[in-house]
Design a protein. Sequence first.
Length: 360
Amino acid sequence: MADSATVTTDAKRRHDPELRGFASDNYAGAHPEILAALALANGGHQIAYGEDEYTEHLQRVVRSHFGPTARAFPVFNGTGANVVALQSVTDRWGAVICAESAHINVDECGAPERVGGLKLLTVPTEDGKLTPELIDQQAFGWDDEHRAMPQVVSITQSTELGTVYTPDEIRAICEHAHQLGMLVHLDGARLGNAAASLDRPMRAFTNAVGVDILSLGGTKNGMVFGEAVVVINPDVARAMKHIRKLSMQLPSKCRFVSAQLEALLAGDLWLRNARHANTMARRLADGVRDVPGVEIVHPVQSNAVFATLPHDVAERLQKRYRFYFWDEAASLVRWMCSFDTAEADVDAFAAAVAEEMGKQ
């Protein structure tokens, strides 16, 4: 006999599909071409745990971007990609040098340290970017048993502050790290946005300049779920498949991650999406730059706009559009644009900023 309190489900849409915000590119839905790829991959049986046809073909696609030795290991999410990648290239006593603002340090709930079992050695930066000189602030003590051993430099492209490394800047980091006996990991959750900003292929600032291992993003650029660890240097991460499973990041139905990555990367969808998001961020910055009381605090080089404005204005705006304080004490906010952000969305938000500022 059915319980009278049983909740029934139906196919009703439970949100307003016209709603847009500027909180995160993770808020966006999936690109229609990605959904079509998922539907194409559905039906019938495929071997589980990454031995399917889609994951095999993904390898060829990834090699076209990151060189003939590259190998992709699909995972569930970005934190998982970072933790798996960093575990695979560190010893139990190893440490990772990163910017203080890096996602692995600020936004992953201690997962690299608690799950990965490694130590983060952070360096303050003004723009989210490391340099050889900044790396040297933590690159010491390899023979000191009292200190975690620096083994990896982790950089983010584009950075958490929306800035972008040039290929020459990453080359200098890689050469310096390798000279010191360290490897280089690149967190590429927004790698496409960086490539679009630089108008260069992704290889220009990854395998071509010495990056050893990469966390390749997809969710922020139009996928439903899933990222990948890409091992570029064939001499590292030999235990990757074991670490991925141990870290609970091996999808059983791996084809559904691989099919999305293939749809994103095989053509130019990744670049179209990223270019559009970047363009909308520049449009937003231009739309509010001359509003008295609003200050753009970092160069707008990808799909992020960082601005300061009066705290009460920001709070009123948040009641109209979703976005986050980056540093509430400083009244610093972050506005993110996505592949599906429309010009009308940007213009309406910029008008709202001007309207709320006019109430001061």
